[in-house]
Design a binder for this molecule. Structure first.
Ligand code: 13P
Ligand code: SF4
Length: 315
C-alpha cells in the first residue's frame, strides 16, 4: 500500500494543534493502524477512551465503539471519520424489540456485548467485550439468571463454558458467520501443522475445530506465545497486520468465506475509514458522535461496571 506522506504529516500537525488522539481497532487498514496513537481490541479501546487526557478523540473504528468513547468521556469531542461505519451485529438488536424481550423475560440480569447501540446499553445491567465476557458472567452470582445480547455465537459459547442459565438474543455478525468450515479444513490439510484460531463470534462448527478461541487481542497474544508456525485466522483479516509485525517469521492465512466469489472476509463497515477521511474529520471536526445526555447517564452504568471488574481482574 502506497501511503501519502503529506497526509500523514498533516494529520500529525492537526493532532498536535487540537490535542487530539486517534484510537484505531485492529480491523483497520495498516496505514491507519500505523498513524494511530493506540491500536487495540474493543476492551482496550474503551479503557483508553476512559483515560485519555486529549480534548478530542478520533475513532478509527465503527460507530458503537465511538459511542462508547463518548459515553465514557462525555465532555470530549468524539469524531468518527465516516458516520456510515455501522455494525451488522449492533443492527441485529433494535431497541423496541429488545425492550419487549426484557419485559417478556423478567427477573434476568441483562449482560450486553459492547457491539450494541448506546440505547441498548442504556437498557442493560452490565456490559462485556469478547475479551472479558466469560469473567464478567462468572463475576455474577451463580444463581442469577441472565440475558445475553446481541451475539448468538459468543452468547452460546460463553453459556457452554460457564453452564449458566443464559437466554441468548438471536443476533450475529455477517463477517464472522461467513467463514467456510470446508475451506478452513482444506487449508489445514494443505498446511501441515497449521493451527486454526477463531473469534468467538464465529459459528459453532468453526469454533469446534479451532485450536484457540479468543478476542482479537487474545488471538494476537496466542500466536505470539504458541510454538506453531502457521495459523488459519478466522476473524476479520485486519488483525493479521499486527500478527505479522509481532511474529514476522510465522505464516498467517485468512480463513476463507463461504461465498467463494469474494476472496476475503473484510468488515465493510470498518473499511469505510480511510486516511483521507481521518484527515478531513480532524480538520473540520466532523462528523461528531453525539449521544443524548439521558442515554449517556444510563449507558455509562453497565460500561463502567464492566471496566471496574476488568480492572480488578487485571484484564
Ligand atoms: P474485539 O472485542 O475482539 O475487539 O472484537 C470486536 C468486533 O467487532 C468483533 O467483530
Ligand atoms: Fe460489527 Fe462484525 Fe464488523 Fe465487528 S466485524 S464491527 S461485529 S460487523
Amino acid at each position: 500500500m502506497v501511503v501519502d506522506k503529506n497526509i500523514i504529516m498533516e494529520i500529525e500537525a492537526l493532532k498536535k494543534e487540537k490535542n487530539a488522539v486517534i484510537l484505531a481497532h485492529y480491523y483497520q487498514t495498516p496505514d491507519i493502524q500505523d498513524i494511530a496513537d493506540f491500536v487495540g481490541d474493543s476492551l482496550a479501546l474503551s479503557q483508553q477512551a476512559a483515560e485519555t487526557s486529549a480534548d478530542m478523540i478520533v475513532f478509527a473504528g465503527v460507530k458503537f465503539m465511538a459511542e462508547t468513547a463518548k459515553i465514557l468521556s462525555p465532555r470530549k469531542k468524539v469524531i468518527i471519520p465516516d458516520m456510515m461505519a455501522g455494525c451488522s451485529l449492533a443492527d441485529s438488536c433494535k431497541k423496541e424489540d429488545f425492550e419487549k424481550f426484557i419485559q417478556e423475560n423478567p427477573g434476568r440480569t441483562v449482560v450486553t456485548y459492547v457491539n450494541t447501540t448506546a440505547e441498548i446499553k442504556a437498557l442493560s445491567d452490565i456490559a462485556c467485550t469478547s475479551s472479558n465476557a466469560r469473567q464478567i458472567i462468572e463475576s455474577l452470582p451463580d444463581d442469577e439468571k441472565l440475558i445475553f445480547c446481541p451475539d448468538r455465537n459468543l452468547g452460546n459459547y460463553i453459556k457452554s463454558l460457564t453452564g449458566r442459565d443464559i437466554l441468548v438474543w438471536d443476533g450475529a455478525c455477517h463477517v464472522h458467520e461467513q467463514f467456510s468450515l470446508e475451506a478452513i479444513l482444506r487449508l489445514k490439510k494443505e498446511n501441515e501443522g497449521a493451527k486454526i484460531i477463531a473469534h468467538p463470534e464465529c459459528e459453532r462448527p468453526v469454533r469446534m475445530v479451532a485450536d484457540y478461541i479468543g478476542s482479537t487481542s487474545g488471538l494476537l497474544a496466542f500466536v505470539s506465545k504458541d510454538q506453531g508456525k502457521t495459523f488459519i485466522v478466522a476473524t476479520e483479516p485486519g488483525i493479521i497486520y499486527q500478527m505479522k509485525k509481532a511474529q514476522p517469521e510465522k505464516n498467517f492465512i485468512p480463513a476463507p468465506p463461504k461465498d467463494s466469489t469474494c476472496g476475503c472476509s473484510e468488515c465493510s463497515f470498518m473499511k469505510l475509514i480511510t486516511l483521507e477521511k481521518i484527515y478531513k474529520s480532524l480538520k473540520f471536526e466532523e462528523p461528531e458522535v453525539t449521544v443524548d445526555a439521558s442515554i449517556i447517564e444510563r449507558a455509562a452504568v453497565p460500561i463502567k461496571r464492566m471496566l471496574e471488574i476488568s480492572a480488578k481482574l487485571g484484564l
